[in-house]
Design a protein around this ligand. Structure first.
Ligand code: NAP
Length: 390
């Protein structure tokens, strides 16, 4: 197999930086020696990119990547914007201002579209760019769930028609395997009867911290954000929308024609305060406002704990009279139940099918996590490479 060229959209973010680091340590040293090394030919941040056909040098310098990553982590933990990797990118020879679409156009113009896999590690609505890439017969690996969950069913089908061209396993459970399993059920006509699970490492960890009761709600959010464990805007987690998108992705992977509008979402934020999650203040102002919920959330978790139970943020798909019903919300769980016993930011999905109607297919994973997601992005890249070579 030849090496695999990739263009990273969102290269300056948590996963983008980690992906570059893993490639620099595990793939780039093997260019020309290994069967399937990855070669980063383009890196794009918001507003600009670098494209170098032979490969961008930083992938041969894991030390520099680690240094920039370290500075950015420190900035984030002090509540400041991460600027180190962005500034490095902007300082590269050939840096060009432009959007993801401009990078795509340039790659097409250079006749490289057949020889590049785009990796979407943004949290932006890049649906149109995904469509253009697929229409041009290009390939995509995405951890960004927006084009998969928020597009129309028709667009979803167009994007995902060819498995070897479009891999979206990292959009749920950091790529642990729920999406490919459901695609396999669909292909084998093993009807999926129900799905339930905890798909947010962030909300799982938050539930566990609030169950322990040692720190306040606002402090817990701050810690999670600083560690890169929340969505870029923590409101996407707290509003329940991130989990809603994930159950849509899983339902669609199983072949159900559902949209985000079909999900009945009860936000993590208690009733009466939903406006806080929906408010359009900037993410930092939002973090400050969170403290108004400290007492309410502490009481809520304490009361449930007092009854020997715990709260988890659970997403479900159930088929009722042939119609898929999707819900997302906090649910009381027994402490020793499969979902109630989840620790840290662990995720779990339980899937009942025609064949597995008594004991569910049960997949646990460490949940969100920058390293895990970057590894599984590389796994999706490998699968695409293998299927192209076959
Ligand atoms: N963190 C996890 O554990 C995890 C697990 C699974 C999946 N995911 C998904 O992976 C994606 C990335 O997560 P993350 O934690 O790495 O987020 P992040 O740190 O915020 O990184 C996103 C990056 O994308 C850049 N960006 C935004 N819009 C862009 C555009 N239109 N073109 C090019 N670059 C753009 C951002 O630049 P600016 O900083 O300038 O905005 C930022 O550098 C998200 O969709 C997330 O849902 C994350």
């Amino acid at each position: 197999m030849a090496h695999q060229n990739i263009a990273i959209l969102g290269a300056t973010g948590n996963i983008g930086q980690e992906l570059a680091k893993q490639i620099s340590l595990k793939d780039a040293p093997y260019l020309g020696k290994n069967e399937n090394p990855t070669n980063i030919i383009a890196m794009a941040g918001r507003g600009g990119f670098v494209l170098k056909q032979g490969g961008i040098e930083i992938q041969n310098d894991p030390g520099l990547i680690a240094e920039l990553q370290g500075i950015d982590r420190k900035l984030a933990s002090n509540g400041q914007p991460r600027t180190a990797f962005k500034n490095w990118l902007k300082g590269q020879p050939g840096y060009q201002e432009g959007q993801a679409k401009d990078l795509f156009d340039k790659i097409v113009k250079l006749g490289l579209i057949d020889d590049v896999v785009f990796v979407d590690l943004t949290a932006d609505d890049l649906t149109e760019v995904h469509q253009q890439i697929i229409e041009a017969k290009g390939s995509i690996v995405t951890a960004n769930k927006i084009p998969v969950a928020q597009s129309s069913w028709e667009v979803f089908q167009t994007l995902t028609r060819l498995r070897r061209k479009y891999a979206f396993s990292c959009s749920v459970m950091a790529g642990s395997g729920a999406v490919p399993y459901l695609q396999k059920c669909f292909d084998l006509k093993d009807e999926v009867l129900s799905i339930e699970g905890c798909f947010s490492g962030t909300l799982g960890k938050l539930c566990n911290l609030l169950h322990e009761g040692k720190i306040t709600f606002s402090e817990a959010i701050r810690q999670l954000k600083a560690a890169g464990d929340t969505e870029p805007d923590a409101r996407d987690d707290l509003s329940g929308m991130d989990v809603a998108r994930k159950i849509v992705v899983l339902a669609r992977a199983a072949g159900y024609k559902v949209d985000l509008q079909n999900v009945v979402v009860a936000p993590f934020i208690p009733e009466g305060f939903e406006d806080l999650a929906a408010s359009r203040c900037n993410p930092e102002e939002f973090m400050e406002k969170c403290s108004v919920l400290n007492e309410i959330m502490a009481d809520k978790f304490r009361e449930v704990k007092g009854r020997g139970m715990t709260l988890k943020y659970v997403a479900t798909l159930k088929i009722e009279d042939g119609v898929p019903k999707l819900t997302v919300g906090l649910r009381e769980e027994e402490l020793n139940s499969p979902l109630g016993s989840l620790k840290g930011n662990a995720n779990k999905v339980l899937i009942y099918t025609d064949t597995d109607s008594d004991i569910p297919w049960d997949l646990g994973s460490g949940g969100s996590g920058i390293k895990r997601t970057a590894k599984n992005v590389r796994g999706d890249l490998r699968d695409i490479q293998i299927s192209i070579a076959a």
